[in-house]
Write a protein that binds this ligand. Structure first.
Ligand code: GLN
Length: 304
């Protein structure tokens, strides 16, 4: 039996004594208000046993982690047609780069960079009757947690400074790969990124990716093949131009966000989330990456 409590407490202790915590994202003004010393880690195993340390129950902005969730809902609605509009290759570029988009005629490299997630948002805006509400309901359903919600202050804050995402959406529109209004799609995208959750809530939401598409209440939301695809994308594209480093150090599929959250999973085994708002140069949580490296090293468990 692995003593997860002991391992998480050791990781937490190490994190709190760390001097270099990275830098908080300031390009979304509302995110810059967060306390850089926060650190939380939460693990849930397949039998729903939970282990926690630090600020694991405190909510934060999940930002790009939401791209996995919007992709899942879009895939469950339109299936494989989605791949006609988005590729599945790592970009090797930062999350907001636009150069490849132009080179590749408006087909984003993958659904986890901003341009790809904006196309996914466009699909959901086309397919859902009440896009924001229906997306939120999907997340509340898969987690069984009705308290999960958007943070409208964060969404509003990003709308005011999201020039790069406006550029991406306009470029997509010029190539015919955005069917709705730029403003409507970005309003949806900024709201999905503003979802506020704790590490504990994130593990409930991501339970389906370690449990072959079935949620904690045993209801099926994704096929095993869809889960395979989504986990593969998390492994190869979940950390942008640091996906190789994360696979190399941690060895799990996962996804980061500029709010400082990371969620990762060992299929059929456990799901783990970390939160430490300071980011490294590639925009991924500095201590979160370190913590997960410690976890897979201490437990000697990874997908490899
Ligand atoms: N909302 C953020 C953006 O579009 C998400 C980026 C991230 O978390 N990497 O810039």
């Amino acid at each position: 039996m692995i003593d997860y409590s002991k391992i998480l407490n050791t990781i937490h202790h190490e994190a709190t004594t760390s001097k270099d915590r990275g830098e908080i994202a300031t390009y979304i003004p509302e995110l810059s208000k967060v306390d850089v010393t926060k650190f939380g880690i939460h693990l849930m195993d397949i039998h729903k046993n939970e282990f926690s340390s630090g600020n694991a129950k405190e909510k934060f902005s999940i930002q790009s982690i939401s791209k996995v969730l919007s992709l899942s809902q879009a895939l469950s609605i339109i299936g494989e047609d989605l791949w006609k509009r988005i590729d599945v290759e790592p970009s090797g570029d930062p999350f907001n780069h636009l150069s490849l988009l132009e080179l590749e005629n408006g087909i984003p490299r993958n659904p986890l960079i901003n341009a790809g997630a904006i196309v996914v948002a466009d699909i959901l805006v086309s397919k859902l009757k009440n896009p924001k509400e229906d997306f939120l309901t999907f997340i509340q359903d898969i987690s069984g947690d009705k308290s999960i919600n958007f943070d409208s202050k964060v969404a509003q804050s990003e709308k005011q400074t999201g020039f790069n995402n406006y550029a991406a959406a306009n470029l997509l529109k010029s190539y015919g790969n955005l069917h709705n209004d730029v403003d409507t799609v970005l309003d949806f995208y900024f709201h999905q990124c503003s979802l506020s959750m704790s590490c504990a809530q994130l593990t409930k939401v991501f339970y389906i990716y370690m449990n072959r598409g079935k949620c904690m209440q045993n209801k099926t939301y994704l096929t095993t093949s869809q889960v395979k695809r989504i986990n593969a994308l998390m492994l190869t594209c979940g950390f942008y131009d640091e996906a190789g480093e994360f696979a190399f150090e941690v060895g799990l599929p996962g996804k980061s966000g500029v709010g400082g959250g990371i969620v990762a999973l060992l299929p059929n085994n456990y799901c783990v989330a970390t939160w430490s708002p300071g980011l490294n140069k590639k925009g991924n949580s500095k201590l979160g990456m370190l913590a997960l490296e410690r976890l897979t090293t201490a437990t000697q468990q990874s997908i490899f």
